[in-house]
Every structure is written in C-alpha cells, then in structure tokens.
Write a protein that binds this ligand. Structure first.
Ligand code: ATP
Ligand code: MG
Length: 165
C-alpha cells in the first residue's frame, strides 16, 4: 500500500510524547506542508519510527531536544531523520548496532532498559522496503538516524547501517 510519512511520524510522536515528557525530552518535528507518500506497510513503518524515536528519547540527553524531520520526494527520495543530542555512539559500535541483542556497553545505555532488538527489527523492515538506514554519530555530539526511501542504487542497499559524512 501507500504510506503517508508526515502523518505516520506525527502519529508516532503523539504516542511517545508522554514517555518523552517523563524523560524531560522535547520532540520537535519539521515536515513539509504537502503529503509525502511512499510504498510500504504502515504498521511496519510505524514500528521503525517508534524504535528510532524511542531510542533518541531514551539515549538522548535530558533537557535537550529530539529533532525529527520528514522530507519529500525530490530530489533524492523521501527521508525521515531522527536526531538526538545524547552521548553519541563511537565508530566501532556502529556496524554492529543492527545485530540482534547488541547493546553498547557503556554506563549511559547500561542503565536504560532494553533488549537490543529494536534496531535489528528496523533493519529487517527497511530492507523489505528497499529503504536504507544511515547513521551519523559523533561522541559527545549526539546521533542522527536517517531512513532513506527508494534507495535503489546498486550496491547501496546495505544491510548494515553506514556511517556517512
Ligand atoms: P530495544 O529497542 O529492543 O528495547 P535497545 O534500545 O537496547 O532495546 P536497539 O534499539 O537495537 O536496542 O539499540 C541497540 C543499542 O544501540 C542500544 O542499547 C544503545 O546502546 C545504542 N543506541 C541506539 N540508539 C542510540 C542513540 N540514539 N544514542 C546512543 N546510543 C544508541
Ligand atoms: Mg531501542
């Protein structure tokens, strides 16, 4: 079917707002006026955005923002980006983040509950959607997880997240 990304992301934000409030995190959304349609399964994509936004709130910094942006189909395809201002993730962990049960073993994430399955599910769903997950993270600066749809360039449909910059 068709999924409208601005509405789907807005729905996830509404659902997670109580958790964000409890953590002292403000969620900000930037989105175009016009709808952004992609081909996909709405329940699965909601699961993707829930996982990414929940992680950003959980591992982000109390009192800081989580910035979400949805952008439209031109020029390079629709994308959704979820950015936090938490401790960030060091480069050696990035390629393993989407492995089942993998959690970064630092005090900051050890203290938070989780099974380490969220990003494995995200990867699985996005691969089925021909979408790509990109991660940019700098220690001390925070992290950005970007979902890029219609990523059909041969060799760029990577099953693991990529560092880009
Ligand atoms: P689950 O999602 O199954 O409840 P989880 O959040 O630990 O558990 P994932 O969502 O797969 O599992 O994330 C894996 C690990 O990646 C986390 O435990 C955390 O260490 C790290 N991580 C994920 N997102 C972020 C982020 N935004 N900032 C810092 N570390 C992160
Ligand atoms: Mg998670």
């Amino acid at each position: 079917g068709e999924v409208e990304l601005v509405g789907a992301v807005g729905h996830v934000i509404d659902t997670l707002r109580p958790m964000a409030n409890e953590l002292g995190v403000e969620i900000a959304l930037t989105a175009p006026e016009e709808p952004v349609q992609v081909v996909g399964d709405v329940d699965e994509l909601i699961q993707v955005f829930s996982n990414l936004i929940e992680n950003a709130c959980k591992y982000g910094q109390t009192g800081k923002r989580v910035e979400i942006s949805v952008s439209g189909s031109e020029p390079g395809g629709a994308q959704v980006s979820v950015r936090d201002f938490g401790p960030g993730i060091s480069k050696e962990h990035v390629p393993r983040l989407t492995e089942r049960f993998y959690r970064v073993d630092v005090e900051t994430s050890r203290a938070k509950k989780g099974t380490g399955l969220g990003l494995a599910i995200v990867k699985h769903i996005l691969t089925r959607h021909r979408a790509r997950l990109m991660i940019r993270s700098d220690l001390g600066e925070g992290s950005a997880f970007i979902v890029k749809f219609n990523d059909e360039k041969p060799g760029h449909l990577s099953p693991t997240p990529e560092l880009y910059q």
